[in-house]
Write a protein that binds this ligand. Sequence first.
Ligand SMILES: [Zn+2]
Length: 468
Amino acid sequence: MGNSASALEPSAVDLLIVHTIIVTMDADRRVITDGALAVSADRIVAVGKTTELQTIYQARETIDGSRFVLTPGLVNAHIHVTGEPLTRGYAPDDISFKELIGVWLARAHKASGEDDERLGAQFSALEMLRTGTTCFLDAGTNHHIDAVADGMLSMGIRGRIAQFARDNPGSPSATPVDPLLRQMEAHLDRYPPGPDKRIAAWPILSGRHNISDALWQGAKHLADTRGLGMSFHMSPIPSDPEWFIEHHGRRPVEHLAELGVLGRNVALTHAVHVDANEVALLAQAHATVIHCPMTALRGAYGATSVGLFPEMVQQGVNLALGSDGSNDSNAHDLHRACFLVAGLFKDARQDPTIFPAGEAYAMATLNGARALLMEDEIGAIVPGRKADFVLHDTWRPEWRPLFDVANQLVWSADGRGVHSVWVDGVRVIDNFHPTMVDEERLLAQVQEAGDAIVARMDLPSRAKWPVV
Ligand SMILES: [Zn+2]
């Protein structure tokens, strides 16, 4: 009675999705049935029951979500967006790590030009978006950062990128540190983060044993002073700890701790061959480890036989997931990584309580958001956060019957059911296809450019089956 008429008038929003199942990944991990999501511009305005939100909001567009499950967009915390996407699967899967990196991938990168890098970025973004990933952290192995930024922006995806930086200390190809740091700084100036910036640059190093102390510390200083994160590869195979012990008398993470190159804003990719003390140091620093289970399997890293990923999580390391390169894991549907992380350690330790489906899914959402220092912006369906979300079509064999949505998302469903995707409130995938690019044309360009790169690599195909 005391309410004024205006208080009862519905508020205007841009989009209302109604009658859907919402996986919020909020603090209570609520799953809302007959749920509704209200979006205005680039932000989530409200999440709740359909009956509730329909009385409060008047939407410019309303979508009936009754055949969908709505989830946060996934965060792929490690992906190589150039060099490998256009040569996917050309490298054999039965060669040593050294041969894969030093011969096949080195040539793939060398044979890729600026236009190839732009196309690789677009193609990576297409595969991620089509399978429900809305944000990525680049591995930093690009040679043309402007082309990569341009390609990513054209697809509407969110991410953090970098240009290749390593100085190879003590080797014939050693390069001075200062120009590298100045170049990195210029990229950070050119692509600063901000609420309206989907793509920004970070100080990302290729890592491992190819980085001098001065470059480690210089990059960390840039990250700290600018409020950015820092990422790098470390210890996928035993040769990294062996090299650090030989040259520094201590293991890699111990050396980085000593240099001051650990912290909440630091994310190490792989970290398979780390010992208990290194895990403790990572936990103390509140660092992130990015596990790439598909790469670990294909590369025979030993993730399940020697990896301490369950121990990292127990001790408080933020464990996020990545898909790595297109000749390392060969696929960028992050649901595959979720499935693997949920299962690998159950089997290896003969303990079904390790990484239940809900925890595995959190690694691909909340933990990924935290790895990218965007935990207040993305990773959950919560009012105030960015409108980055996915509609999964549940009228598909892998989605039915539907009882436990976490089990469904991790154990049976995958990116094939991703029907629509929004980033920043913009619908970038609609009815399984991208809205911002001609998909068939892009795929044709990818095959053409891939054929040309493979020809320039000058490494005969080692495909096992005779092609007649
Ligand atoms: Zn990588």
